[in-house]
Design a protein around this ligand. Structure first.
Ligand code: ZN
Ligand code: ZN
Ligand code: ZN
Length: 140
């Protein structure tokens, strides 16, 4: 788990109820990305509403980020630092973070041109990671 996410998680957990702490502990154990449904299924003693509410709190605190997979499902992932976007591999589901100032500049230019006040934006890029784009004949 990224150090920053761990620190943010620890800061949040101190003020949580026992059931929210159980959700946070399960989040900390996750490797890679996960759905709210899978997390709820792994915590049979915690109500679904608590699972969803805790995921929302952790997302707003910058501990988690949401990733829209190419099948339309929403996954959660421990967040890297700062505002960023995701490269999502449609082959193996691996997710990489990326941040690009050009993307941010384009968004603010579009907003200015359209007299539109931006409150947020979301960008996922779907493709194949290095491992998945390798031709089968050239397999490892
Ligand atoms: Zn992210
Ligand atoms: Zn891949
Ligand atoms: Zn952005």
């Amino acid at each position: 788990m990224p150090q920053l996410a761990a620190a943010r998680l620890a800061a949040r957990v101190g003020r949580m109820t026992a059931s929210r702490r159980a959700v946070a502990a399960a989040v900390a154990r996750q490797r890679g990305h996960f759905t709210a449904e899978a997390l709820a299924a792994a915590l049979p003693n915690v109500g679904r509403a608590t699972v969803y509410r805790t995921l929302k709190i952790l997302t707003e605190a910058g501990v988690l980020c949401r990733v829209l997979m190419d099948d339309g499902s929403l996954h959660y992932r421990l967040s890297g630092p700062g505002h960023h976007h995701h490269l999502v591999c449609v082959g193996c589901g691996a997710i990489q973070d990326f941040a690009d100032s050009v993307v941010e500049r384009v968004v603010s230019q579009l907003a200015r041109a359209g007299s539109f006040t931006v409150e947020g934006h979301w960008l996922e890029v779907y493709g194949r990671c290095a491992g998945c784009s390798t031709a089968p004949s050239a397999a490892r």
